[in-house]
Design a protein around this ligand. Structure first.
Ligand code: SF4
Length: 350
């Protein structure tokens, strides 16, 4: 029996019961794949159910309000995925008459869809013979063939894709792709792989040579950069001023507060100046003498060090440009980054 046959047999017996494996609907498969990019299956499950129930068709997702979609996405991070989801739904609904493209070459043109996701949708929904290579597949193949080429190098990407194409069962691309990802997720795990339960152990070169812990090889990532943000939360008894992040930057389309960035020296005076220059008609009663909350928040290549200061106003709050006056009891309707949600939660605002 060859590797692909063994993998498929193992998969049919051991696979996890996941809802997106029980459908051939490309819309639902696409949703699941976008949600699962950068997200663990256990966390992705709740979001998958939420999106499928709230937007059962691509037309309903296309017609939805972007802020509502971002709100439903809240907590998953990497918000560009949610914005791309909406853009693509609108494109398919209006330009393709609601029909999801059914060939890899067309699917890969969709916004937010790369080679892995296009191969997954093409093979799961349309049985097209395209091999998927995700993190689990890289790890499994690097051990099976004991490959030293870094998986995140230009050469590595080509080599691993070629090996996966070669192994692919062209008649059962859906089952083969699921099985190779599943064995990486359940058996050939990053730490302590369960080699004794592995159906491919007799063919595994890394097992034979004792190099499992050295595979896969990766080129070291770029150093993390630090971004410092001082937020000033302007509020009166019932309302708060929130800012919609409109620039092409982190958290685009989500809400946070007025801020000063990159300075270690924010203090009540500089924050007072910020409020007066942004909201000239606002009379500030008081600004906290120091930050009321401080958090460190990790993004993919960035560390955010955020401090929150509180400014109290007894009169009317000003609304201007990206700044919006929000009733405190309505805050939970706004999509906010996880960092802001933490502040709102810990200060009793949500
Ligand atoms: Fe991975 Fe071990 Fe199986 Fe090799 S034998 S493929 S290292 S689980």
């Amino acid at each position: 029996m060859d590797v692909s046959e063994k993998l498929i047999l193992w998969y049919l017996e051991q696979k996890r019961d996941l809802p997106w494996r029980k459908t051939k609907d490309p819309y639902k498969i696409w949703l699941s794949e976008i949600i699962l990019q950068q997200t663990r299956v256990e966390q992705g499950l709740d979001y998958y159910h939420k999106f499928v129930n709230t937007y059962p068709t691509i037309g309903l997702l296309a017609a939805a309000d972007e802020e509502e979609i971002l709100k439903n996405w809240q907590g998953l991070g990497y918000y560009s995925r949610a914005r791309n989801l909406h853009t693509t739904a609108k494109y398919i609904h209006s330009k393709l008459k609601g029909k999801f493209p059914n060939r890899y070459e067309e699917i890969i043109k969709l916004k937010g869809v790369g080679p892995y996701t296009a191969a997954a949708i093409a093979s799961f929904a349309f049985m097209e013979a395209k091999a998927v290579v995700d993190g689990n597949v890289y790890r499994f193949l690097s051990r099976l063939f004991d490959i030293e080429t870094p998986i995140n190098s230009a050469d590595g990407i080509k080599i691993f894709q070629a090996i996966a194409n070669d192994l692919l069962d062209k008649k059962k691309p859906d089952l083969f792709n699921q099985s190779i990802m599943e064995i990486g997720a359940l058996i050939c795990t990053p730490k302590n792989p369960k080699c004794l339960l592995c159906p491919i152990q007799s063919k595994c070169l890394a097992f034979e040579k004792g190099t499992i812990t050295k595979r896969p090889v990766k080129i070291k990532k770029l150093k993390q950069t630090i971004r410092k943000i001082d937020y000033v939360v302007v509020e009166n008894e019932d309302e708060i001023v929130m800012r919609k992040r409109e620039a092409k930057d982190i958290w685009q389309g989500l809400y946070d507060f007025a801020s000063i960035e990159g300075k270690d020296s924010a203090n009540p005076e500089s924050l007072h100046d910020l409020i007066k220059s942004t909201f000239p008609k606002t009379e500030v009663d008081s600004i906290s003498s120091g930050p009321v909350k401080e958090y460190t928040h990790l993004l993919s290549h960035r560390k955010i060090e955020a401090r929150f200061w509180k400014a109290e106003v007894s009169g009317v709050l000003e609304e201007k440009g990206a700044y919006k006056v929000v009733a405190k009891k309505e805050i939970k309707k706004y999509a906010v980054p996880r960092l802001i949600h933490r502040y709102l939660e810990e200060t009793g605002l949500v």
